[in-house]
Design a protein. Structure first.
Length: 181
């Protein structure tokens, strides 16, 4: 009986270690296309899910570039100069906050669900509650986040549509890819 318990314990330990190693080797990336107002969760090059999002308005655009997830908070408190809003229905961050390495920016919920799909935020990426909670359960600190302000061949491959021409100096036209965007 002691031998059976030891074998069972070792089997459990091996499974736990294998699960931990597998979790550490998955390359997880969040790709946001500002023009498409969509977010994709990509694991090891495979698109796992696509969600509609709200993005920054023209006067306060979402940052573009490569970032990392630095923290994850459930029922966050909203802080703005002169205003603090605790968790609850009035909180503009909704029920979850996924903080990015660009200070002050994150992926979060909203207290204005009709804003999802529009360019209306102060630069953050807003999601519907159910979508955000699903995404939140799958991402970890250290995961990569790429926010694209223009359509690229990669975002077209993920979200559909076409690479849009971008006007560059002297009125010549090039794609966003050729322009190095």
């Amino acid at each position: 009986e002691m031998k059976a318990k030891a074998i069972s314990f070792l089997g459990t330990l091996v499974l736990l270690l294998a699960n931990r190693m597998e979790a550490q080797t998955v390359r997880r990336e969040i790709v946001v296309s500002v023009p498409d107002r969509k977010l994709a969760l990509v694991e090891d090059g495979v698109v796992k899910a696509i969600y509609p999002v709200a993005v920054g308005r023209e006067s306060a655009p979402s940052p573009s570039g490569e970032f990392k997830v630095i923290n994850r908070l459930e029922n966050p408190t909203y802080y703005h100069p002169g205003k603090v809003i605790g968790p609850g229905a009035a909180n503009p961050l909704g029920t979850r906050w996924i903080g990015l390495s660009e200070k002050g920016y994150g992926i979060h919920g909203t207290n204005e669900p009709r804003s999802v799909g529009k360019a209306v935020s102060h630069g953050c990426i807003r999601m519907a509650k159910r979508d955000l909670e699903e995404l939140f359960s799958q991402v970890r600190a250290g995961d990569e986040v790429r926010i694209e302000s223009e359509r690229t061949q990669e975002t077209v491959a993920i979200f559909g549509g076409e690479v849009q021409p971008v006007t560059v100096a002297q009125g010549s036209v090039a794609t966003a890819e050729a322009a190095g965007q």
